[in-house]
Ligand binder design. Structure first.
Ligand code: 5GP
Ligand code: ZN
Length: 115
């Protein structure tokens, strides 16, 4: 299911262009517009789920492996020393876009992160 009013539905399905770093049948991974570090990316499912409470187990089971895969690619390709997988649920927790997404934030040895 898609939500007509959801910007991440449009981005995930290619209706709005984005800096895509990975795509498969179920997910698009894009660069964050307001990055916390160089290469900060977001995993977006192509179907609309507001947050992890709505995300079916079958989708949830694919998210962490994809986060690990992208994180490994970041270490190899960007040279980051580590990365954070972060996922906010609800405004009280800092969620600003109500389409499930997972942040992948590369971290660099010695910083600063925005080099
Ligand atoms: P949240 O706070 O909901 O976990 O994170 C939303 C993230 O989406 C923020 O880091 C914000 O910079 C990013 N963002 C919001 N709108 C857009 C957009 O239109 N394109 C991209 N690439 N990132 C966006
Ligand atoms: Zn959506």
């Amino acid at each position: 299911m898609r939500d007509e009013n959801c910007i991440f539905c449009k981005i995930a399905n290619g209706e709005i262009p984005s800096s895509t770093v990975y795509e498969d049948e179920d997910f698009r991974v894009i660069l964050d517009l307001g990055p916390a570090s160089r290469g900060h990316a977001l995993i977006l499912p192509k179907e609309h789920f507001a947050d992890i409470c709505e995300l079916p187990d079958s989708w949830a089971a694919k998210v962490l492996p994809l986060g690990g895969k992208i994180g490994r690619a970041m270490k190899a390709g960007l040279g980051c020393a580590g990365f954070n997988l972060v996922q906010n649920n609800g405004e009280a927790a800092g969620q600003t876009v109500h389409h499930f997404h997972m942040h992948i934030i590369p971290r660099y040895e010695g910083g600063p992160d925005m080099v």
